[in-house]
Design a protein around this ligand. Structure first.
Ligand SMILES: *[C@@H]1O[C@H](CO)[C@@H](O)[C@H](O)[C@H]1NC(C)=O
Ligand SMILES: *[C@@H]1O[C@H](CO)[C@@H](O)[C@H](O)[C@H]1NC(C)=O
Ligand SMILES: *[C@@H]1O[C@H](CO)[C@@H](O)[C@H](O)[C@H]1NC(C)=O
Ligand SMILES: *[C@@H]1O[C@H](CO)[C@@H](O)[C@H](O)[C@H]1NC(C)=O
Ligand SMILES: *[C@@H]1O[C@H](CO)[C@@H](O)[C@H](O)[C@H]1NC(C)=O
Length: 400
């Protein structure tokens, strides 16, 4: 559009050597350049994505290590479980797709994987800090963010040794220059906040350890930077006080619930974490001037659909689509895809509601494909980014 109108005005004046027209064209040019600063920045052409995180962006990690997410996970898009805790795609899938890249395979997945355009180190239940319990005791993943960064270092080193052998490895692994040109995405922190609550800590106690969580986050970012990572796209944490698994497991008194039905203290903790995350990223920008950091306010988008679902075509925002019983259709003992034995026969009771396209919450913890798509559509063009940069421009510090 911009270049079209420009060339039209230029050709129209080619036969008139009128001073006024020249001035007019010059000012049109000026206005165009000033009001469309993005014309001078070109899209980044990221050749790969390396993702770190928890279940919000796990595309098969926990499934590979501890057994597959059961059906009906995957029912909407993949038609079968696909290592994701959702009926379909996650935000990271929409990001990959929008950059023209394949969906990311999990680093931990040893069967049928292709890492030529990136790898995913996220696993469901991951935290930034190491937890002092096992998955079997508390449900938190052993692949905390520091472990994910070791896996990334190892992936980088060993993939290059294999790539150098040529043959099929060249078709399955990224060449070295992709590591400095790739987009590094992060979506982690929610489980660090819930873990304190599930250990019966008070809100004040949870708030008190947030600085330690963010110190650990900084260490990992610097480690990835040390490996050559330059372009960071970092999601803040969502309003976990609106999620059935939190509302069901940690009941609140009436005044602690807002008009949307979300738990106020939990969301305050999420917002405090996000404020500190933003400050942490500001420090990282100073410490690592060769890198670009985009902070993405996923919280606001998620809270807006949950608090005004009808406006966006959704219903029952606090009720899990796939689950079993109770106010939130969530039962900590029988999850989505959960079965019980009735007279010696296994019966599926963690069923899908059948209309996940109308729902935001999939299984009490995670978002539906429709919810994830909505969030992606809002965040991808930079409206919720600081600085306000879209995902395809995220190699630029600012648009000029
Ligand atoms: C785990 O235990 C260590 C040693 O007591 C402590 O420093 C650390 O904060 C604990 N981690 C968490 C997540 O509670
Ligand atoms: C891996 O994926 C890339 C991109 O989709 C593709 O070009 C390449 O052929 C794949 N490698 C193999 C061995 O299938
Ligand atoms: C938290 O409190 C509940 C209820 O008193 C108790 O059943 C549970 O064992 C406690 N959890 C921890 C980790 O202390
Ligand atoms: C289980 O078996 C008993 C005895 O045959 C029968 O009365 C009962 O209805 C069965 N329960 C279900 C849920 O099928
Ligand atoms: C970004 O995308 C959203 C959703 O499509 C749209 O509502 C919004 O106007 C867009 N903002 C800009 C700056 O393009």
């Amino acid at each position: 559009m911009v270049s079209l109108s420009l060339s039209l005005s230029l050709s129209r004046c080619c036969c008139c050597s009128n001073k006024f027209t020249t001035v007019l064209v010059a000012s049109v040019l000026l206005v165009v350049l000033v009001s469309f600063p993005e014309v001078s920045a070109s899209p980044c052409d990221f050749p790969a994505i390396f993702n770190f995180g928890d279940s919000n962006s796990d595309t098969g990690g926990l499934s590979a290590a501890f057994g597959p997410a059961p059906p009906p996970n995957g029912e909407t898009f993949f038609g079968a479980p696909a290592g994701r805790y959702s009926d379909g795609r996650l935000i990271i899938d929409f990001i990959a797709q929008s950059l023209g890249l394949p969906y990311l395979n999990a680093y931990l997945d040893s069967v049928g994987t292709n890492f030529s355009h990136g790898a995913n180190f996220a696993t469901a239940g991951s935290t930034i800090r190491r937890q002092n319990t096992t998955l079997f005791q508390s449900g938190y993943s052993p692949f905390s963010l520091d472990v994910q960064s070791w896996q990334f270092s190892q992936f980088k080193a060993r993939s290059q040794l294999a790539y150098a052998k040529g043959g099929v490895f060249k078709d399955l692994l990224p060449p070295e220059d992709y590591f400095s040109r790739a987009l590094y995405t992060f979506d982690i922190g929610q489980n660090d906040l819930t873990s304190g609550y599930f250990q019966n800590m008070t809100t004040e106690e949870v708030k008190a350890y947030i600085p330690d969580v963010l110190n650990k986050f900084t260490i990992v970012i610097k480690s990835v930077y040390g490996e050559g990572g330059r372009f960071f796209w970092i999601h803040n944490t969502g309003p976990f006080g609106c999620l059935p698994y939190v509302l069901d497991r940690i009941p609140l008194m009436a005044p602690q619930v807002d008009r949307a039905g979300c738990g106020v203290p939990f969301n305050e903790v999420a917002q405090l974490f996000n404020l500190k995350l933003k400050e942490t990223i500001a420090h990282l920008r100073k410490d690592l001037p060769l890198a670009t950091f985009t902070y993405v306010d996923v919280y606001s988008v998620k809270y807006s659909i949950i608090s005004e679902p009808r406006k966006h075509g959704f219903e029952h925002p606090l009720v899990a689509c796939c689950g079993h019983g109770g106010k939130y259709n969530y039962n900590v003992r029988v999850g989505c895809g959960g079965k019980i034995k009735v007279n010696g026969t296994e019966v599926l009771i963690g069923k899908s509601c059948g209309e996940p396209l109308k729902r935001i919450n999939w299984d009490g913890v995670h978002y539906t494909e429709a919810g994830n798509r909505y969030v992606f559509d809002q965040i991808s063009n930079g409206t919720y980014s600081d600085p306000p940069i879209s995902v395809r421009m995220a190699c630029h510090k600012q648009l000029q």
